[in-house]
Design a protein. Structure first.
Length: 321
């Protein structure tokens, strides 16, 4: 019997508490129906006996307080909502407990932006982590010592798990079911919940908005220039001359400010423009390729797949209205 403890933080997303409880409870039901014993002992755990969520519209009463838990096998940190820094501060009472349980052998899984609470424990220093792509830049700024892999749906290292954005946490739950019980149970759960068991990329769903949470005005101007002229071929030398910087200085400051090289940034804004056109379904892939400044179909497909994990045609089929 594995002890699964689902935390109930303040400002938690209610579904991210209920869904893992439902998943592990359902697995127990499948096992019992097959003539086997239940495998998971599932508890909701909180700092207080009553937690109000959604501005007081929902009340959750954990069946365990933290001090009552002696040993956990798996701790689930649900997604949080609202101001992230405030959420971490409100839930700082959980951070020491998570660290202590991990040191005593528990594994820890964060769902979506629950990764911020996991990272606040310090356990992720030097390790990989996934979170919602929309909060990737904030995460990198707050936790530069963590290796964020924001293209991945699931990340695992040393008994620490994390998932990508929103409903991507179902993929992590399936992954944990398979690891703790069996592939058979994971497949059964995927069919029951209508989930894709092999999905591990959130790239097709991400939207590149540019990394502008910095104070380098020259780099901001360079970013805006590239975004305005994404359909043109602009060399790094031309960009450096336009903004009065040496090439190496520009490249260093650009990477420091945005976490992308200039070439990567240009690729990403071209692909984002291509995605928007593909979603309308009005133009062919070749027409869109030329519109965003590519004339080599092979190169365009390779760069598109790099940032979306899909071919341009597959993307159009999936997202065009």
């Amino acid at each position: 019997m594995k002890n699964v403890h689902i935390l109930v933080p303040e400002t938690a997303v209610p579904a991210a508490i209920v869904d893992p409880q439902y998943m592990f409870t359902a697995i127990n039901g499948f096992l019992i129906a097959a003539g086997q014993e239940a495998f998971f002992k599932v508890h909701l755990v909180g700092v207080e006996p009553e937690i109000r969520l959604n501005n007081g519209l929902m009340v959750i009463r954990p069946d365990r307080l933290m001090q009552e838990v002696e040993q956990s096998d798996l701790i689930i940190i649900p997604a949080i909502s609202g101001d992230i820094k405030q959420a971490i501060e409100k839930n700082k009472g959980m951070i020491h407990w998570i660290t202590e349980q991990y040191q005593r052998g528990a594994e820890v899984a964060s769902l979506c932006i629950g990764a911020f609470i996991l990272a606040a424990t310090g356990l992720l220093k030097g390790k990989t982590c996934s979170t919602h792509w929309m909060h990737a830049q904030t995460f990198r700024t707050m936790f530069p010592e963590v290796k964020l892999v924001d293209d991945r749906v699931i990340s695992e290292q040393n008994g620490l798990y994390s998932s990508g954005g929103a409903n991507a946490y179902w993929s992590l739950l399936l992954y944990l079911v398979e690891k703790y019980s069996s592939r058979e149970m994971a497949v059964l759960a995927s069919k029951y919940f209508l989930l894709d068991i092999e999905k591990n990329s959130q790239l097709p769903f991400s939207i590149f908005k540019g990394q502008k949470a910095h104070e380098d005005k020259v780099i901001l101007a360079a970013q805006e220039y590239l975004e305005k002229h994404y359909d043109q071929k602009i060399t790094v030398e031309e960009l450096a001359e336009r903004f009065g910087l040496g090439r190496r200085t520009l490249e260093r400051r650009f990477k420091q400010s945005t976490t992308n090289t200039i070439v990567e940034y240009m690729q990403r804004i071209k692909i984002e423009a291509a995605k928007k056109q593909l979603e309308t379904g009005r133009k062919t892939v070749s027409e869109i390729m030329f519109d965003v400044g590519y004339n080599d179909p092979k190169a365009f497909r390779e760069v598109f797949k790099k940032y979306t994990d899909m071919s341009p045609l597959d993307y159009k089929v999936k997202f065009a209205g």
